[in-house]
Design a protein around this ligand. Sequence first.
Ligand code: GTP
Length: 624
Amino acid sequence: MPPTLDPGANAPGATDPGRIRNFCIIAHIDHGKSTLADRMLQLTGVVDPRLMRAQYLDRMDIERERGITIKSQAVRMPWTIREGERAGEQAVLNMIDTPGHVDFTYEVSRSLAACEGAILLVDAAQGIEAQTLANLYLALENDLHIIPVLNKIDLPAAQPEKYAEELAHLIGGDPADCIRVSGKTGEGVPYLLDEIVRQFTPPVGDADAPARAMIFDSVYDVYRGVVTYVRVIDGHISARDRIKMMSTGAVHELLEIGVISPEMVKAEALGVGEVGYLITGVKDVRQSRVGDTVTINNRPATEALGGYKDPKPMVYSGLYPIDGSDYPALRDALDKLKLNDAALTYEPETSGALGFGFRCGFLGLLHLEIIGERLEREFNLDLISTAPNVVYRAIQEDGQEVVVTNPSEYPTGKIAEVYEPTVRATVLTPNDYVGAVMELCQGRRGNLLGMDYLSADRVELRYTLPLAEIIFDFFDQLKSRTKGYASLDYEPTDEQASDLVKVDILLHGEPVDAFSAIVHKDKAYAYGTTIAAKLRNLIPRQQFEVPIQAAIGSRVIARETIRAIRKDVLAKCYGGDISRKRKLLEKQKEGKKRMKMVGRVEVPQEAFIAALSSDSDGKATGKK
Ligand SMILES: Nc1nc2c(ncn2[C@@H]2O[C@H](COP(=O)(O)OP(=O)(O)OP(=O)(O)O)[C@@H](O)[C@H]2O)c(=O)[nH]1
């Protein structure tokens, strides 16, 4: 049954802004945002109980499989206060579900800018975690009103009293003001919905001013083209308007305008404070940039809304199609993903070993993994991604500066200084594991900034760490050393001069650019020996001996050898069965097709993937 919206006073475009509440749910990962959102959809009646499925708003397959939210979602829900003095008061709630992973903090901040209030959700069995704090600070920076909520009170391990104290201590106020709910059973959720209407302030805007709406998300839909999600700040956008993008001045016909509730529902207009979508039929994804202001062409606004900070990529990796003829398809796919993802950057590059591809910038390893997976699934591309690296700044002796996003750009001449990016990391851990956490951070070249007790048994440690040390397996290590109890959050800060070197890998004397890496001097040897050993196992024997060397400049630091073999595939075919022989030869030819020639050496595609998979450095994790 398609959702129907009230055609009366609460219809989109005609809603009194005083009835609207725009809010988001912020929480540490797994504290239950999506489950709570599901309950709200059900209780407000926008999803038919028969059509209800878990994590209704996580639409991408990857989101469902991994159980995490990647893209923000905005849903319109009607609600009438059930209890108390204001019972019967009708409201329109726009809920924006936000992702919780560190890599996607920028999504959270975009969503926050479209809200007046935030529900700070905390698992009543876990208490405050690192991202609870990070998200809370983001919300406070955006001047949002906060409602503290303890979730999962149905769990036997829940300690709502204890954590209500903790929360009240953190944000100020009375522990009794923390609302207790269970997203699973629905207990307390109707009361929370009532409180949302009572506590959050309605949006304020000038209904008579020229229209201004802020783009907080844009997605490419294969059938409909670009779908742009906006929150109207001032004025009114109606279905018959021609809209204008304020950053480019481009004017577009509107094909459709509407709200999400929880599927797309067409509307006549969107007024002050409303959240909805616009479809212009534009196919070029770069026309609808997140952070831009939309106005209408016949009465344009003169001043754009303050945009968002463009998120800066932190990790770079080369993406190459396994089949070279897929290169244009890869470019197209990246163009499309870029629309959803202001943080994704890419530039064409060529690699001696891998051919034509793109150097892509990501927010972190999970972001990289997700983009890689989406390219493979949604666009049917088979890809190789090179070892991820951060951005370095090398100052040569002649004073010239080189920004290195790819190890192959690392200057070969004399280098005066190399700078690497650093982060300020916050680790929250139970008292017992402080020693283990400190040991880990010190091993990763960390610098202790400070340490505080949040409660009798919970400690906050603050460190400066090189970004390169934190992006690979730091989180896994942290979890395993603290039996899963510690949580981590970090934000980029500055850069520091470090003792870094470039390690090259040579196959039969030829450097293979795809395997080069910039690492700290103390870790160069370990990197060299690991990759050389992996490659020895991955590359089949050839008809000649193949040395594999790891080198810093001209100094070899590790060496492995693949012994020579003459592979006579016909040896087994005694007797004169010619068709069998032919079949075997055909099979061998097939196998060859999947080989890459690196100098004279045949390297199977799988070797690149397996050697570059980061298990020597630790694996990129699905969850943080
Ligand atoms: N017992 C119990 N379990 C819950 C409750 N709410 C959520 N869960 C469980 O907690 C886990 C995480 O819930 P999600 O709703 O996916 O968490 P999330 O915060 O949305 O996670 P991200 O979208 O990845 O940030 C799931 O296994 C839920 O079934 C609750 O009220 N009670």
